[in-house]
Design a protein around this ligand. Structure first.
Ligand SMILES: Nc1nc2c(ncn2[C@@H]2O[C@H](COP(=O)(O)OP(=O)(O)O)[C@@H](O)[C@H]2O)c(=O)[nH]1
Ligand SMILES: [Mg+2]
Ligand SMILES: [Zn+2]
Length: 308
């Protein structure tokens, strides 16, 4: 019988079978995923085959993953912790006030999601508290991200109807991210009031260095979507990128790359760079280019310090 892992707690795995049964399972044998040194072999979102063996349900097979997302390495063993697998869409909730979400944060998130092969839905929240200036900034930002192909919605989760959001979430396995205080719990509670999921976050200082004992959980929502709740995780860690790769994860840069004079152009100091000309013609947003340069410099710095 096949199903999806909806919760993991240590050695226990809760699987929802394709016919809707909730099964407590254990792992049969060892599951090693090629190329990943991970602390956890099977995660929420994994598609598995289960079999009953003398009263106990066993996971006997892990099906190939469409993608998986990682948490930043939290210890020195270089092992990674996989948060979830088979994500269809990450919802990035953004507010321009209370709290402020910077374009630096947004663009970094988009690069990570792109590298993981996860689609992103940008949800701007708290429009009810924006003044004219913020509303104008919000419009500009929406335009920037729509122009490069992202789906965006802007609203007040507290006051507005959520049918558009539901439509975008429908038939997908979603994961929700964004700074603490942007309104993630408010959204989930309004989407499904009877869920009572624990959406509170651990404090910022604890979040960074420590290994939190919170576990992700997958919920099926009544309107036909699924959502993964990952307590304490507002973004996801990025596997190290080669500086020359970063531009590939900016879709509007990637589509111009062929026109750069050098095939390995990093769109910085090279002559005849199609990305820089597009920037001069205002076809590429300055904020995107600046955030790209920042990421590039950080990765280059990283490379240097790791160069023994
Ligand atoms: N003004 C306004 N406040 C909101 C809106 N959505 C959420 N909030 C408030 O923002 C605060 C943080 O929301 P919460 O859902 O806990 O954020 P989370 O940390 O992302 O889960 C709460 O006081 C919410 O009532 C909104 O659309 N407008
Ligand atoms: Mg919350
Ligand atoms: Zn270039």
């Amino acid at each position: 019988m096949n199903g999806v892992v909806i919760k993991t707690t240590g050695k226990r795995y809760i699987v929802k079978s394709n016919s809707g049964d909730i099964l407590k399972c254990r792992l049969k044998g060892k599951f090693r995923i090629k190329g990943i040194k991970s602390t956890n072999p099977i995660v929420v979102g994994d598609k598995v085959e289960v079999e009953k063996e003398s009263e106990l349900w066993m996971i006997i097979k892990l099906f190939d993953r469409k993608n998986h997302i990682l948490r930043k390495s939290v210890n020195l063993s270089k092992k990674t912790h996989i948060i979830a697998a088979n994500i269809d869409q990450a919802i990035l909730m953004i507010t321009l006030d209370s709290p402020v979400t910077t374009t630096g944060f947004i663009d970094r998130f988009l690069v990570a999601a792109n590298a993981y092969g996860v689609e992103v839905f940008l949800l701007f929240n708290k429009l009810d508290i924006y003044d004219d200036v913020l509303l104008k900034n919000q419009k500009t930002l929406t335009q920037v991200y729509q122009n490069i192909g992202y789906i965006t919605t802007s609203l007040s989760v507290l006051h507005d109807d959520l049918s558009e959001v539901k439509e975008i979430m429908k038939d997908k396995l979603n994961i929700i991210s964004g700074h603490s205080g942007v309104g993630k719990s408010t959204l989930i509670n309004k989407l499904q009031p009877n869920l009572h999921i624990d959406t509170k976050e651990v404090s910022d200082t604890h979040k960074q260095g420590q290994h939190t004992t919170t576990f992700s959980e997958l919920y099926d929502l009544d309107f036909g979507a699924s959502i993964i709740d990952t307590p304490g995780i507002r973004g996801f860690g990025l596997v190290e990128l080669d500086p020359s790769e970063i531009g590939n994860f900016f879709p509007e840069f990637f589509s111009l790359k062929q026109k750069c004079k050098y095939h390995n152009c990093i769109h910085k100091d090279e002559p005849d760079c199609a990305v820089k000309s597009a920037l001069e013609q205002e076809k590429i947003a300055l904020s995107r280019y600046k955030n790209y340069l920042t990421m590039l410099e950080e990765e280059q710095e990283h490379y240097r310090t790791n160069d023994y």
